[in-house]
Design a binder for this molecule. Structure first.
Ligand code: ZN
Length: 97
């Protein structure tokens, strides 16, 4: 089965789609990362869907992680959507000062 002629044909076929299957098979870590990124997109889409459907009937004031620090926001208790900024009085009350 594995004569020289057959192997040569195989390698030609492999080269034709070298950027596809072969590279992915060789780099399991990259494939895992791509799978996780795909999962992340799916999860983010699900969260967006839940937040879009939510009536935000119960608002609470919470500290929310932003890019550089924590900020205080009105947040829906059910879905976690940011609904707006509290007034300075509300912030004072929240911080207990
Ligand atoms: Zn909500």
């Amino acid at each position: 089965m594995k004569g020289a002629k057959k192997l040569k044909n195989l390698s030609i076929n492999s080269n034709l789609n070298a950027t596809g299957s072969i590279f992915i098979d060789m780099d399991a870590k990259r494939r895992e990362v791509e799978q996780l990124l795909s999962d992340k997109r799916n999860i983010e889409r699900k969260i967006e869907h839940i937040q879009a459907e939510c009536k935000h009937s119960k608002q609470v004031i919470k500290q929310v992680a932003s890019e550089s620090s924590f900020t205080i926001r009105h947040v829906c208790e059910s879905c976690g959507s940011c609904l707006g900024y509290p007034t300075p009085e509300e912030i004072k009350k929240f911080l207990g000062t």
